[in-house]
Design a protein around this ligand. Structure first.
Ligand code: BES
Ligand code: ZN
Length: 623
């Protein structure tokens, strides 16, 4: 992860974030025992109405960018509420019935970032609420791709991205990570296309265009997901497989060939995989993020298809979410480190088991560098660098950064080193078991942790000062640091290059992606054109098929105004919608006095980007 925010954002959004955040007031002790968990990002009333089941019956019409039909909720009005309130962002509501009778629903006032509540009158005995609606064509969860944005260029494509609070733009649902329900769906799509969900999935296209889905386990709304397109399936083993456009299917299946092993390792460490199948869909390159852990079906960017399996740790990450995140979920977005930090930790444990310690040490070190940069950019005392967030009144994605990922995983690594790997693994296994299909706050986790590992004389708190990690800024002094033997050798090659102007390709022959990333990251900026030319002639970076290396190279090239890379960079910008790459590239253009070129590229290619990315990158380049 290169910039502040790995996923979605441009650094300047953090300014807004920082301004409105309360200042760190000396690590106040939190209320450890709060019983009622308040989620500031839902307008629903699940404190008195439990959503027990959702049935979707939706039709997809590409010509109108229309997703419409009905959502039927089975509810239990255990609090005797007078209404059932779902979240809603721009849905056009046509009719609502409660137990078959039309009711006088209304949509409440718009709340910044959250949308509106859909208020549905109910009685204490109401069991079923049916909502007939359509999603707005520009719903924030939906990306409608024209055929030209796919590989085959023959059929359109649609996918959803629910996290953090976008599901409400395509389903009227109580939308918070602490609110779970099982669902089923009937989805009608144009004949010839396949529909897939975070549920039981078809493995072949059918003739009717009607697909049925079931997710029997209760999941939060942000994990309800849909993809529709011309895709095919290829199995990897009996319970894992890959969906992709036919042109990249066999490449994808090879690249993800280690999935069965990853699932086995995760199960050995953290208990059974509880979701049945584990499949991955490789989406078209416009997908705005790297991966999304939709249960049973991870959504992934094709930019992980490097040809050497070196970027498959992203799949280890999304797979790991099936324990941390999907099975045991952060209760609110303020606790997101419990999803992402745990997941990075587990991802690295899987990677270590597969590729060894010196390999995963490189990932820890690059992650540490990302975290250091986030702390510098936010400021060393900034509230955004606590693990526990304070996002009430804000867009939960606007403050998303490397902090929950890297600081969160470092804390777990620190605990592991302190209590010992065996005990720590046993703790996590039973934690996932105990809280399976439930949600958890930071405070509940800390309480269990102390209960398990603290004794009267020497508490974990005293030795590790965990509350400084969670309720304090920056990187605590006791943060563990990976062994950097492999990067020391990289540093030597870089220094030699900077001194002599020539690069030693024998010394780099066995390098993996991560050595290359460290090599390029730590180059001074700008390098001279001659230096860029020498690097390119020796290592052919401009033509690299590895998206991580290529993106970093283009950034380096932009600062040096090394024009021979611009053609390939433009192709990259025209195809790839992943913000982790786009944000640094557009930022580099702007910062290096090439703002007009940034604008020109953006104008030309913005249609290929996700609506949210369009908006954010548009603001970045000043469009
Ligand atoms: N769950 C996240 C994606 C996400 C987080 C979307 C918050 C919206 C809001 C996913 O698991 C993730 O972390 N993806 C990373 C990959 C990774 C290897 C760190 C990404 O997309 O870059
Ligand atoms: Zn994640």
């Amino acid at each position: 992860m290169k910039v502040l925010c790995p996923l979605l954002l441009a650094p300047f959004f953090f300014a807004a974030c920082t301004d409105s955040a309360p200042k760190n007031s000396g690590n106040p002790a939190p209320a450890i025992d709060s019983v009622v968990v308040h989620d500031p990002h839902t307008l629903s009333n699940t404190d008195s109405v439990k959503p027990q089941h959702l049935s979707l019956d939706l039709a997809v019409d590409f010509s109108k960018k229309s997703l419409s039909g009905t959502a039927t909720w089975v509810i239990q009005n255990f609090g005797g509420a007078k209404e059932f309130v779902t979240d809603n962002a721009g849905l056009q509501i046509q009719n609502v019935w409660a137990d078959g009778q039309p009711v006088a629903w209304y949509v409440g006032k718009e709340v910044p970032y959250l949308g509106t509540g859909l208020h549905i009158p109910i009685t204490p005995t109401t069991r079923e609420v049916r909502i007939q609606y359509s999603a707005a064509p520009d719903a924030s969860a939906l990306q409608w791709l024209a055929p030209a944005q796919t590989d085959l260029k023959a059929e359109p494509f649609l996918y959803t991205q629910g996290e953090a609070i976008h599901t409400r733009s395509w389903i009227p649902a109580p939308d918070g990570p602490g609110i779970r329900f099982p669902y089923d769906a009937r989805i009608t799509v144009p004949k010839g296309l396949m529909a897939l969900m975070s549920a039981t999935n078809p493995q072949a296209t059918n003739d009717s265009g009607v697909y049925h889905f079931k997710m029997e386990e209760p999941i939060p709304a942000y994990l309800v997901a849909l993809a529709v397109g011309k895709v095919e399936f290829q199995k990897v083993d009996a319970r894992t497989g890959v969906y992709a456009e036919p042109s990249r299917l066999s490449r994808a299946a090879w690249e993800l060939g280690e999935m069965p092993k990853m699932v086995e390792i995760a199960e050995r460490l953290y208990g059974p995989y509880r979701w049945g199948r584990y499949d991955v869909i490789i989406l078209p390159p416009g997908f705005p993020i790297g991966g999304m852990e939709n249960p049973r079906l991870t959504f992934a960017t094709p930019t992980i298809l490097a040809g050497d399996r070196s970027l498959a740790n992203l799949i280890a990450h999304e797979l790991a979410h099936n324990w941390s995140g999907n099975l045991v979920t952060s209760a609110t977005w303020d606790d997101i480190w419990m999803n992402e930090g745990f997941t990075v930790y587990i991802e690295r444990r899987i990677t270590e088991a597969m590729l060894g310690k010196s390999y995963v040490d490189m990932l820890w070190e690059l992650g540490y560098q990302d975290l250091e940069k986030a702390v510098v950019d936010f400021g060393p005392t900034s509230r955004e660098t606590w693990l526990k967030n304070d996002l009430a009144g804000k867009d939960p994605e606007d403050c998303l950064s490397d902090v929950p990922y890297e600081k969160g995983s470092l804390l777990l690594w620190l605990i592991e080193k302190n209590v010992g790997r065996d005990k720590w693994d046993a703790f996590l296994k039973s934690y996932f078991d105990k809280h399976a299909f439930g949600s958890i706050t930071t405070e509940q986790f800390l309480r269990e942790l102390h209960g398990q590992f603290s004794d009267k004389d020497s508490t974990l708190e005293k030795t590790l000062r965990i509350s400084e990690w969670v309720y304090g800024p920056a990187i605590p002094a006791n943060a563990p640091r990976a062994d950097s033997a492999r990067f020391t050798q990289v540093n030597r090659v870089r220094t030699a290059f900077l001194q002599t102007g020539t690069a030693d390709s024998a010394a780099t022959a066995k390098w993996t992606t991560y050595e290359w990333l460290h090599f390029l990251r730590k180059m001074p900026r700008p390098l001279s054109e001659a230096q860029l030319r020498a690097l390119d002639n020796t290592f052919h970076f401009t033509k690299s098929g590895n998206s991580e290396i290529a993106a970093l190279w283009f950034e380096t090239a932009v600062y040096a105004k090394y024009k021979p890379a611009y053609g390939e960079m433009e192709k990259f910008l025209s195809r790839v919608g992943r913000q982790k790459f786009l944000t640094p590239l557009y930022t580099a253009l702007k910062e290096s006095g090439q703002g007009d070129l940034a604008k020109a590229y953006f104008r030309k290619y913005h249609n290929a980007y996700h609506p949210i990315a369009q908006e954010r990158l548009g603001r970045l380049v000043g469009e």
